[in-house]
Structures are given as structure tokens and as C-alpha cells.
Design a protein around this ligand. Structure first.
Ligand code: NDP
Length: 498
């Protein structure tokens, strides 16, 4: 059986070899899921909820083992595993089973059209069947397992294709779900390369993809062949705007945290900053001082390091190129700016001042521990620059005038905007989270983030049907005239607003 080695990016050591599901075996994996799904759906919300809530307890009890696994395969700081990934997973395992009965309940609909009066109308949400979840390497729990949870709560079977770089967390969670009584075949992990992911698209009933915009386009193209619905959570270049009246300490702390947290490898984050001229120098001095104080290295227990490793080898080169190109184009690198010497794959926490839009660091997703900062004259220029991007995932505005902050937030082209905060909207599972423009299609979280794992069915029931409706054959000029006059009476002169 073919295997792939999983490496610890913080040390360079091989953790273990994992068996792969070659593309030619994917159909059989999906078939197993298809066989298992009807019984899972038949368990109902309560039955499924019981197992998912057991999994919530399992995750809490195995938090150390799960965190060890995440830290080992990603090289991230332990807090990034515990406070983000495990905290998210624990919340999601309680949230989705609790919301599913409400958000997927039959909806009674009434019509104002007189031609169909007397019918009972219901919108019903039925699980699609088998959902394929294709995940990236930056958050092996949140972005692979995390998307499986609502799909399972809705009554689907799930096949997860984690990134080949970080498959261990999904495999561990698969073990956990089985220990909690999840029937065989309902949740499976297909470890493999991009080709395994591509073939998965051909067989499943819906695809939840998280990853780069480039691969997202390929996923949509492939899914078009079978008309399989897709939900795409893609790359971002999230702007932060700092107005002159902002609490600069809060803004600087947030800028450093949300740009460097998880080694800067987070989709919704801070990837670029626009600061109003009067406070620009002060802001730059504050973030530089705070960044110089960050501790980096191979993660150990809690509190051991702030910024971990770069998980994916080619990403280190992209970060290096963005920093070098900014330097060449005239930016000032005030701290960091280089790979860290020694074992493991690290890039130093880096502040890039005097950046502008001629620099790739301001225009393309860097996905590393860097913070490029640009001076702007006023809020209008900041919004213009923020929107000058192909991406539209998240954004942040910092100001003490929250009304103004919200007015600016509403002008930014992004799926989520925070005022005096950043990225934490992701933790409110009630809020839809989805990218605009090249950042994605569809949403995760919120009612739409659950309903996307279902098909809508309109059910219309006529309890006391007539033998023959007025509009049935044979057509008759008198009846047609009657209906036409009736329509004029009903809809004419604005008497009915429908
Ligand atoms: P990729 O797009 O390279 O890969 C994502 C997943 O798709 C991996 O499992 C990959 O497999 C698989 N894959 C590769 N090619 C294909 C294909 N042709 N068909 C189907 N699946 C395929 O992304 P990364 O793993 O590099 O993740 C980083 C990216 O993810 C960043 O751009 C980031 O912004 C984005 N991201 C977006 C988030 C969001 O919510 N919007 C959240 C987190 C990350 P393999 O790894 O084995 O090649």
C-alpha cells in the first residue's frame, strides 16, 4: 500500500507514514459512504446529536492528544491549536446539532397568488447524501473536520480529503468519532494528493472546499462536469484601517496578533494595514516594538512560543519573495525579514513600513508572519485602497467613533468586517462567513452554512381538489376572459402589492 510521510515543519523530523487512498479507490470510499448515509439520516436530529455531543466530550477529554497532533503536523504554537482549533471544534460539535432541528425544519409558506390558493406549501430541507470536504493545511481541525460537523448534523455522510501535508488530525478525529459510536462509513478520511481530491469531486453530491483561489477555480471547473454544487472558501488579503482617533494600543496589539497568529497562515487575518497620516509613525513604532518582543521557535507546552513554523514548504519562498520585492520597491523592513537560521521552517515576524500597492506584499496573499503598512491621507483613501484588491474575505476598521467605523465597514467589499476587532467573527457560528470576489462562493456558518448541505424541496399539497380547474383543457374563450379580468381586478392599480 502506498504511503506518504508526514513531516514536523518545526523540526524537519518525519512523524509517520500514512497510507493513501489512490484516486482509483475514491469511488469505493464514496460508495461506502452512500451505503451508510440512509441509516444515519434515519437516526434523526436527536440520534445524530447524541453522537456529535459525545464527540464534543471526546474532544475535550482528548484535547492534549489532539493538540499534540496538530502542533506536530503544522508546527504551530500550542495556543494556536488549543485556543483556536480545539475551541472551535468543541463549540461546533455542540452548536450544529442544536441548530439543525430549527434551521432545517420544514417551513410553511403562504402565497398571495390567487391561482394557487387553497394549497398547503412547505419548504423542506433534505440532506444531499455524501458531502466531500477538501481541506487545506493551515487549520487541519477547523477547516477539514470543522466543515464535516454541520454536514453530519444535517444527515449526510462525509468523506474528508485533508491536505496531504496535514492528514493526521482528520485521521485522529475519525478514530474519535468511531469511539463515540458513529456508524462505519458515515465519516471517512481519504488521504491523498490533489488528484484524490479531484476524483472525489466526481463522486460526491456536494463539495465543501477550502484552499487557494487557484485550486478553487479548478474545483469549480471539475464540479461543472457533474453539476455538483460547490461551496468555496478561498484566499484573502484582509485590510485593516486605522483611523487617527483609534485606540492605538488596541489597534497595534490586534494588528500584530491577527497578522502573526498561526504564523500568519490564517485565511481571515490582517494581511495589510492603512493608517491615517497623523498617527502613522506612532502606529508603526508600536507594532515594531511589539513584533520584536515575539518569541519564535519549535513549539513546546503552552506559553513556550508566540509564532510557530511555516507549515507548507513552498509558502516560505512566497513570503520571502514578497518581503524582498517590497524592500526592492522602497519599503522599510523594520524588524524580521528573513528565514530563521537552524532546524525547522520559520520566517521571522516582519514589519514592512511605507508599503504601497506597487508591492506584491500589499496585493497578493502572503500567508506568513508579515505586516505591511501604508500611510493614507484619510478614511476615504483607506477604503479606496482596501477595495483595490481581487479578494474580499475579511476586513477591520479601528476607530473610537463606532458609528463612523460601521459606516466605513459597510463600504468595504468583504464578506465580513469588524469594527475595533478582526477575524473573531469566525467564532460566532451564527454569523455567515464567506468571501466576496476571488475569496469564495457561498458561506460557512449561519443558517445558509447549514442549508448548503441540503437540497430544498418544495412540497405542495391540495387537500380538497376540484375535479377540474378553471384553466384545464379544453381552453375556452369565456373562461380565459374571466381569468384575465380577474387578474386585472386583483393586481390592477396597485391594489395588491406582490
Ligand atoms: P490548496 O488550494 O493548494 O489545497 C487545498 C486542498 O485542495 C488540499 O487538500 C489539496 O490537496 C487539494 N487539491 C489540490 N489540487 C486539487 C484539485 N485539482 N482538485 C481538488 N482538490 C485539490 O490550498 P492550501 O492547502 O495551500 O491552503 C492554503 C490556502 O487556503 C490559502 O490560499 C488560504 O487563503 C486558503 N484558506 C482559505 C480559508 C477560508 O476560509 N477562506 C481558510 C483557510 C485557508 P494537497 O494538499 O494534497 O495538494
Amino acid at each position: 500500500m502506498a504511503t506518504i510521510p508526514v513531516e514536523n515543519p518545526a523540526t524537519g523530523a518525519t512523524i509517520r507514514e500514512v497510507p493513501v487512498t489512490p484516486p482509483e479507490d475514491v469511488a469505493a470510499v464514496v460508495e461506502r459512504a452512500r451505503q451508510a448515509q440512509p441509516a444515519w439520516e434515519a437516526l434523526g436530529y436527536a440520534g445524530r446529536g447524541q453522537i456529535l455531543k459525545r464527540a464534543q466530550q471526546w474532544l475535550l477529554q482528548h484535547a492534549d492528544e489532539v493538540a499534540d497532533t496538530i502542533v506536530a503536523e503544522t508546527g504551530k504554537a500550542r495556543e494556536d491549536a488549543l485556543l483556536v482549533e480545539i475551541a472551535y471544534g468543541v463549540n461546533a460539535l455542540g452548536f450544529w446539532p442544536a441548530k439543525a432541528p430549527k434551521w432545517l425544519a420544514d417551513e410553511r409558506v403562504r402565497t398571495t397568488n390567487p391561482l394557487v390558493l387553497g394549497r398547503r406549501m412547505v419548504v423542506r430541507y433534505r440532506p444531499v447524501g455524501v458531502v466531500g470536504v477538501i481541506g487545506p493545511w493551515n487549520y487541519p481541525l477547523v477547516n477539514s473536520v470543522g466543515d464535516a460537523i454541520p454536514a453530519l448534523a444535517a444527515g449526510n455522510a462525509v468523506v474528508v480529503k485533508p491536505s496531504e501535508v496535514t492528514p493526521l488530525t482528520s485521521l485522529l478525529f475519525e478514530r474519535g468519532l468511531h469511539e463515540c459510536g458513529l456508524p462505519e462509513g458515515v465519516f471517512q478520511v481519504a488521504v491523498g494528493t490533489g488528484e484524490t481530491g479531484a476524483v472525489l469531486i466526481d463522486h460526491v453530491d456536494m463539495v465543501m472546499f477550502t484552499g487557494s483561489t487557484r485550486t478553487g477555480r479548478k474545483v469549480m471547473e471539475r464540479a461543472a462536469q457533474t453539476l455538483t454544487p460547490v461551496s468555496l472558501e478561498l484566499g484573502g488579503k484582509d485590510p485593516m484601517i486605522v483611523l487617527a482617533d483609534a485606540d492605538l494600543d488596541r489597534a497595534a496589539n490586534a494588528a500584530v496578533y491577527y497578522s502573526m497568529q498561526n504564523g500568519g497562515q490564517t485565511c481571515i487575518s490582517i494581511e495589510r494595514v492603512y493608517v491615517e497620516a497623523p498617527v502613522y509613525d506612532q502606529f508603526v513604532a508600536k507594532v515594531t516594538e511589539k513584533t520584536k518582543a515575539l518569541r519564535q521557535g519549535p513549539p513546546d507546552g503552552p506559553g513556550s512560543v508566540d509564532v510557530g513554523a511555516m507549515t507548507f514548504p513552498p509558502q516560505l519562498e512566497i513570503v520571502e519573495q514578497h518581503v524582498q520585492q517590497a524592500r526592492d520597491a522602497g519599503a522599510r523592513v523594520l524588524t524580521g525579514g528573513h528565514r530563521r537560521a537552524g532546524a525547522g521552517r520559520f520566517f521571522q515576524p516582519t514589519i514592512i513600513a511605507d508599503a504601497d500597492h506597487s508591492m506584491t506584499a500589499m496585493r497578493e496573499e502572503t500567508f506568513g508572519p508579515t505586516l505591511p503598512i501604508m500611510r493614507v491621507q484619510d478614511a476615504d483613501e483607506a477604503v479606496r485602497q482596501a477595495n483595490d484588491s481581487p479578494y474580499g474575505l475579511g476586513a477591520a476598521v479601528f476607530t473610537k467613533d463606532v458609528a463612523k467605523g460601521e459606516r466605513l465597514a459597510r463600504r468595504i467589499e468583504a464578506g465580513a468586517v469588524c469594527v475595533n476587532d478582526a477575524a473573531v467573527n469566525y467564532l460566532a457560528l451564527e454569523l455567515p462567513m464567506g468571501g466576496w470576489k476571488a475569496s469564495g462562493l457561498g458561506v460557512r456558518h449561519g443558517p445558509a452554512g447549514l442549508r448548503k448541505y441540503t437540497r430544498q424541496q418544495a412540497v405542495m399539497t391540495y387537500r380538497l381538489p376540484l375535479k377540474r380547474e378553471l384553466h384545464f383543457f379544453p381552453y375556452n374563450a369565456r373562461v380565459t376572459g374571466l381569468i384575465t379580468r380577474g387578474l386585472k381586478l386583483f393586481f390592477g392599480r396597485g391594489s395588491r402589492r406582490v
